[in-house]
Design a protein around this ligand. Structure first.
Ligand code: BES
Ligand code: ZN
Length: 459
């Protein structure tokens, strides 16, 4: 039996290699949003994408400026009576250091072992291109996508989507849609199509403990004045109790406990803890008492040090009491925690526990709210079907511990569910050296998007 999608799927097969080449070209642009030195690359990356989309018959395309890095917008309005799908992704990437650990240079993407290796190949440029290619397949074989498609590709996701609210406010009409899909998550495992139905939120802090106006001789002053590094270490150590719970007063007030059904659903997944540990060279799974590893990383809040800096780190030794000590701290948040509320609690607590002789300065850098999908909405069955058709396997619901601030924001603004249909792999080395994209997932991801657009056009 031939089905109407056959020519489109055949096109995807025929263009398989070229789709990889196009992605490689885009990934050569080092669009690192956290570094001012790469501001011009961020713009080049946006222009490159906009140009590519304008060649796909988009009814309009734009590079949208924010206070920092531009976003890209395109739309294919085929028929106002048809449903509209909003596709979100991001074109900024994380820094690539440490460079010496990459087996091929991060911005010279290379194919090895059925994978594409390079910074941004899966997080998130490759996943954005899955949708670009799916649109192309429709445009080249049928003249247009089967539904109205809008695409918004942000340039500040990896730095906390700091200008997202402004962007959404000034372009509210452009972002009106019946459905939203985000491809920026990973599958549960190889060949297991996985719809992500929960994301954690985040609150990120810069903390400085000030004690002296200069570094001081540790023989002349040590033991007689406050050492900010000692102080910061004690403060940080006190932020968790024996059972792994966070000690900030009020921190858990809004945390929703898991239902028995939620716990059972998570427990039913074939999680290989040893493999998960091995993917980062870990030695033991540790965390809050009373929860499984998946529960901890998907459904429980955290407070973690992301960076620590004080005193002498150069060659050999230097006997000083450092003037100050710094830490980057972040909390992953779960429903119904609110980042600004948590920020206020954390800041108040850190100031309150500063030992004598130390002044604590806390800067709240950015936040994003957690997301729980309304899985009873019929679009989840549609998405499951599309995903399963492409991969030939049953689709599972998973959650992720990571954060995508856009997701909750757009869901609240539009009142529409946000599908998280991701094509990464759990051990893809996102944010780390040797990030890779499974090229089979890339190919089947394009087909999944084709099936999804098709099914939504009949929804
Ligand atoms: N693609 C990730 C989100 C993600 C992470 C999904 C882990 C699934 C598992 C995204 O690009 C990301 O890294 N987001 C940041 C957001 C933060 C800077 C606000 C994150 O989670 O650290
Ligand atoms: Zn990402």
């Amino acid at each position: 039996m031939t089905e109407p999608l056959d020519p489109i799927l055949r096109y995807v097969d025929e263009q398989r290699a070229r789709f990889v080449d196009e992605l490689v070209t885009w990934c050569r642009i080092p669009s690192i949003s956290s570094s001012e030195a790469h501001a011009a690359d961020m713009r080049r990356s946006a222009e490159h994408l906009r140009e590519r989309l304008s060649r796909l018959g988009a009814t309009s395309t734009a590079v949208i400026d924010t206070r920092l890095h531009p976003a890209v917008y395109a739309e294919w309005i085929v028929d106002p009576k048809k449903p509209t799908l909003l596709v979100y992704g991001h074109h900024d990437v994380q820094p690539s250091e440490p460079l010496s650990e990459w087996r091929s240079p991060p911005f010279e993407p290379a194919v090895r072992d059925g994978r594409l290796w390079g910074r941004g190949v899966v997080d998130d440029k490759g996943q954005v291109y899955i949708h670009v290619n799916a649109v192309e397949a429709f445009v080249r074989t049928k003249g247009a996508p089967p539904i109205n498609v809008k695409m918004i590709v942000e340039g500040e996701e990896e730095i906390g989507s700091v200008n997202l609210d402004g962007l959404l406010r000034s372009h509210a009409d452009r972002l009106q849609a019946d459905f939203v899909v985000v491809s920026d998550t990973a599958m549960f495992g190889r060949g297991i199509p996985s719809l992500c139905v929960g994301l954690r939120g985040i609150a990120y802090f810069d903390v400085t403990v000030h004690a002296l106006s200069m570094d001081a001789h540790s023989g002349s002053f040590g033991g007689g004045i406050a050492n900010p590094a000692n102080a910061l270490a004690r403060m940080i150590a006190s932020l968790h109790d024996e059972s792994g719970r966070i000690t900030v007063p009020g921190f858990y007030d809004r945390v929703r406990e898991l239902t028995a059904a939620e716990r059972a659903e998570i427990a039913s997944l074939p999680f290989d803890e040893r493999e998960w540990l091995a993917s980062v060279g870990g030695h033991a799974a540790v965390g809050e008492r009373g929860y499984s590893t998946l529960e901890r990383i998907w459904t429980r809040p955290t407070l973690d040090v992301n960076g620590l800096d004080s005193g002498w780190q150069g060659e050999g030794s230097k006997t000083i009491i450092p003037a100050r000590a710094k830490a980057k701290l972040s909390c992953r948040l779960v429903p119904d925690q609110d980042p600004t509320e948590i920020a206020a609690l954390v800041e108040k607590h850190l100031v309150a526990i500063a030992p004598p002789g130390c002044r604590v300065e806390v800067r709240y850098l950015h936040g994003g709210r957690p997301y729980l999908a309304p899985t009873e909405h019929p679009v989840y069955e549609i998405a499951k079907r599309a995903f399963s058709r492409a991969f030939g396997a049953r689709t599972v619901f998973i959650r992720e511990g990571g954060s995508i601030p856009f997701v909750r924001t757009i869901a609240d603004r539009t009142g529409k569910p946000c599908l998280l249909m991701g094509f990464g792999q759990p051990d893809e080395n996102a944010h780390a050296p040797n990030e890779w994209l499974d090229l089979e997932n890339y190919h089947l991801g394009i087909k999944s998007a084709v099936y999804l657009y098709d099914e939504l056009s009949r929804a």
